[in-house]
Design a protein around this ligand. Structure first.
Ligand SMILES: [Zn+2]
Length: 312
């Protein structure tokens, strides 16, 4: 196993299957971190980065800083201190205090499909797909991404277009219902629209619809206020459960050094799937009624649902 071999303290996250050979694509190629995975990562990284000064930054895969020129990012962040880390939708927001300026700098991070962000001792070998490397003294903060769909840039425009945070108490079911009324798209497709609600992806959209007993094919504007209310409740429920679960996964202390080393990614096969009621369960019996779960393609993404529990 990667963790044993590297001796790194590992923190497991549920959303993918990875190993020494890298990312194993399951039948649904688009498995991406969603709100809970990013939230758990942020909570894990925050105490490791806060207060740390960046000695230097090296961009090794220029694509990931787009549209910020790589040298600009390196220059802006060298000597800066990490003040805080937060999340918006599926984005990580690194707040930094530059050395020579009072103005706080925000770096926008996104894991894309195969991104990992972790802190490792400097003596450890760098992963071959290290995209951006932050020298923190005795440790490195590493952003690794072998497909380079992720981001580490100074361009904050992607978060300006995001819809409300689903967990935000001020986001009401009435407001949610009103937004849904404006679209004739199938509800499952609409839920993936980050401008509607931020952070929900393919897995949790299927799960929330199942729990709310809503057909993924139902046009968004046909949801009654009552059903929209129930859907917002189940969205919050599935996201909260996943965050709670991810937060309780024990750190693997292979090296015996459990002090703040952090590794993001290797969840291992079957790690989280059994907690999912419909996602990736095509052909298996519905846990509520026994009807085989169906798989459907919507907007080039897989949807999983129970044709009996989610008739309309
Ligand atoms: Zn069912």
């Amino acid at each position: 196993m990667l963790n044993a071999a590297s001796g790194r303290v590992a923190f497991c996250l549920p959303f993918r299957v990875a190993g020494d050979s890298g990312f194993k694509i399951r039948h649904d190629a688009a498995i991406m971190p969603e709100l809970p995975e990013v939230e758990v990562l942020v909570r894990g990284l925050r105490p490791l980065l806060r207060g740390k000064t960046i000695r230097s930054v090296k961009v090794r895969r220029e694509r990931v800083t787009r549209p910020t020129p790589p040298r600009e990012l390196e220059k802006a962040l060298s000597g800066a201190k990490f003040r805080d880390l937060s999340r918006r939708g599926k984005y990580l927001l690194f707040e930094l205090q530059p050395k020579k300026s009072k103005k706080v700098l925000t770096v926008l991070g996104h894991l894309g499909m195969t991104g990992r962000m972790f802190v490792a001792l400097k003596k450890e070998k760098l992963p071959s797909h290290t995209a951006v490397l932050f020298d923190l003294g005795d440790r490195n903060f590493i952003y690794e991404d072998w497909r380079y769909f992720g981001r580490m840039s100074l361009d904050l425009s992607p978060i300006e277009k995001l819809g409300p945070e689903p967990m935000d108490k001020n986001f009401s079911a009435e407001a949610f219902a009103k937004l849904l009324k404006q679209s004739r798209q199938a509800i499952k497709v609409k839920l993936l629209d980050q401008g509607l609600i931020a952070g929900v992806g393919n897995i949790y959209a299927s799960e929330a619809l199942f729990r709310a007993r809503i057909s993924p094919k139902l046009p968004a504007n046909r949801l009654t206020l009552e059903r929209a209310k129930e859907l917002l409740r189940t969205i919050r429920e599935v996201l909260n459960e996943a965050i709670k679960y991810g937060s309780t996964v024990p750190l693997k202390t292979m090296s015996g050094k459990s002090d703040a080393l952090f590794y993001f990614g290797d969840g291992g096969e079957g790690f989280y799937e059994e907690r999912l009621r419909v996602y990736n369960r095509a052909g298996k019996p519905c846990l509520d009624c026994g009807t085989p779960i169906k798989r459907l393609t919507q907007a080039a993404r897989s949807t999983f649902y129970c044709p009996n529990c989610q008739k309309k």
